[in-house]
Design a protein around this ligand. Structure first.
Ligand SMILES: [Zn+2]
Length: 322
């Protein structure tokens, strides 16, 4: 990549935008428009991370690292220079097309009775919740034409993973949940793998900006669990989309004093419980209080509500959590 192309990329991605999209908050303003906040690169307890939005540079007085947005991406995602460039290019280029795809899937949901019926079966009935979470449906076979008609090139669609190498829609008969930088698709067909993400990063905890405001946070592993709890009136809930948290999700849970209520599946093979146990000890090492919610055997938070559990009963489980 030429010097000029690097400069262009840096111009197109202001450091502050990129930091904020990765949960960085300024804690106090300094002179000449500079900002100070906690360092996202090390376990920082007093603000040591200085950002100059005009020069597009950062410096941390705690871990003594600094540089431009590319250097930040390298350190933050722990990747080499060339991978940092491709992550940044992807971040810059794919957000609009993912947004369009999510809008298209959201329109499709109401045209497909089977998809709405599936949501009902999983206990998701509130139109406001479906709207807020922008839940959609990918019937398959019509996204590519729609996006190309909007002017997206086949190459962009392939790079995003929305269209596969041979040119077909990647998501077919899937309920789709938009994430910050990805789309999660849950298959309605039993012959396809149930869970899919587009290539690229899974991103941070779901709806973390809202959940982080509460001193007690419920962490679930699936978006259907999240939806069931939201619908039951719990606002302090977030979702890791799987039992293995990525580094960013882990840092988010540790970003302030709080108690985390872990409500992973009580599955029979025990892999969810093992993941929960290891997460409990890692969080405890970082000073986060954790309680494990004991769901009835074979249940996840979604099935708990689908099979008649109510908010009061779930509240009792939270209070009994150890
Ligand atoms: Zn630092």
């Amino acid at each position: 990549m030429s010097r000029q192309a690097l400069d262009e990329l840096k111009q197109q991605i202001p450091l502050l935008d990129y930091l904020q999209a990765h949960d960085w908050h300024s804690i106090r303003p300094l002179s000449r428009g500079r900002l100070m906040g906690l360092c996202p690169l090390h376990a920082d307890h007093k603000p040591s991370f200085l950002v100059d939005p005009h020069k597009n540079l950062f410096y941390c007085y705690g871990c003594a690292r600094g540089g431009d947005v590319i250097r930040f991406a390298e350190l933050y995602h722990q990747v080499k220079f060339s991978q940092a460039l491709s992550l940044l290019r992807q971040w810059r280029g794919l957000a609009p097309v993912l947004h369009e795809a999510a809008s298209f899937y959201s329109m499709q949901l109401h045209r497909h009775g089977g998809a709405v019926a599936y949501l009902y079966e999983r206990g998701i009935r509130s139109p406001e919740l479906i709207e807020n979470m922008r839940i959609g449906y990918a019937p398959g076979g019509c996204l590519r034409a729609w996006l190309m008609q909007l002017g997206y090139s086949l190459q962009t669609l392939r790079e995003s993973g929305l269209v596969n190498a041979v040119g077909y829609d990647a998501y077919v008969r899937r309920i789709v949940f938009p994430l910050e930088e990805n789309l999660y698709g849950r298959s309605l067909s039993t012959s396809a793998p149930p869970h899919r993400f587009l290539p690229g990063v899974k991103g941070g905890l779901y709806s973390w900006d809202q959940a982080r405001l509460y001193p007690e946070v419920i962490l679930v592993e699936g978006l259907f669990d999240y939806a069931a709890l939201r619908q039951a009136g719990f606002l302090n809930v977030t979702c890791s989309m799987g039992t293995n948290l990525n580094a960013r999700q882990f840092r988010q849970l540790c970003d302030g004093p709080r108690t985390v209520y872990l409500a992973f599946d009580a599955d029979t093979n025990g892999s969810g419980q093992q993941a929960a146990q290891s997460l409990v000890s890692r969080l405890a090492e970082h000073g986060v209080k954790v309680r494990t919610v004991a769901l009835p055997d074979g249940h996840d938070p979604n099935s708990f509500f689908v099979q008649g559990g109510d908010a009061g009963q779930f509240q009792s489980l939270l209070e009994a959590a150890q």
